[in-house]
Design a protein around this ligand. Structure first.
Ligand code: HEC
Length: 106
């Protein structure tokens, strides 16, 4: 019984950690070319496109989760942020929002 409990606890700890790793991987692969691995947007593309610094609390606080989600899903045409609705599932978009929130203050 103790072993089963230990296994359940282990899963409960490991699975969310893996999910987070996935988000970080997606960020690196799909977003970092413009937004930078650290979210500051200090990449060649990012500077050219004037992406905001998503580690800045002011930038983060000015946006709701819904806005972030919509921006990722549908893109921001006038600013050339690409739409990811064909590349990310709804829950993956939510994961990206969570990941971006984690960049705040870094
Ligand atoms: C081709 C470059 C590029 C890529 C790749 C890219 N972005 Fe962006 N993104 C931009 C630009 C440009 C903006 C608009 C400037 C800004 O708001 O910082 C933007 C804005 C955003 C916004 C704010 C949307 C809004 O409503 O203002 C979010 C959220 C975002 N990006 C998330 C992501 C995520 C998550 C990924 C990867 C899945 C990603 N971006 C990939 C260029 C890019």
């Amino acid at each position: 019984m103790k072993r089963i409990l230990a296994a359940i606890v282990a899963l409960w700890v490991v699975v969310p950690a893996l999910a987070l790793a996935d988000d970080a991987e997606s960020w690196d692969k799909k977003c970092a070319s413009c937004h930078g691995k650290d979210g500051k947007g200090k990449t060649k593309m990012g500077e050219k496109m004037q992406v905001r610094d998503y580690t800045d609390a002011k930038v983060q606080d000015a946006m709701t989760d819904d806005q972030l989600e919509k921006g990722i899903t549908e893109g921001v045409k006038e600013k050339k942020m690409p739409a990811f609705k064909d590349k990310l599932k709804a829950e993956e978009v939510k994961g990206m929002v969570k990941f971006m929130r984690g960049l705040k203050g870094k």
